[in-house]
Design a protein around this ligand. Structure first.
Ligand SMILES: [Zn+2]
Ligand SMILES: [Zn+2]
Length: 103
């Protein structure tokens, strides 16, 4: 799998067997994908948040975005300079919002 875009660590799969849910997350910096109910979706979500082809921020740090979720809303942030977009209803929305924020 793609390593974490923020720190380069391989992801760890976390399972909640009772709820039947799983998520891939970075053990190094806690970059976390969406919580899903199947392996395929969990893997796809991890690939999305660590997509090496995603637009890097245009600041000096040129970081790939770090995604986060709060209260069901998704956002993306540059750890180099603090540039942030948030309030999206989905991870896909946050990806599009990130790309738009640099045009
Ligand atoms: Zn990481
Ligand atoms: Zn930046």
């Amino acid at each position: 799998m793609t390593p974490c875009s923020q720190c380069g660590s391989p992801p760890e799969r976390r399972l909640d067997p009772q709820a039947g849910r799983m998520v891939y997350a970075c053990p190094g910096c806690r970059h976390r994908a969406e919580v899903t109910t199947c392996e395929v979706a969990a893997t796809a979500s991890w690939e999305l948040i660590n997509d090496p082809d995603m637009d890097r921020h245009t600041c000096k740090a040129a970081m790939l975005p770090r995604y986060f979720e709060t209260g069901g809303k998704w956002g993306a942030r540059c750890r180099g300079c603090g540039h942030e977009v948030e309030g999206f209803g989905s991870l896909q929305g946050a990806r599009a919002g990130w790309a738009r924020s640099m045009r």
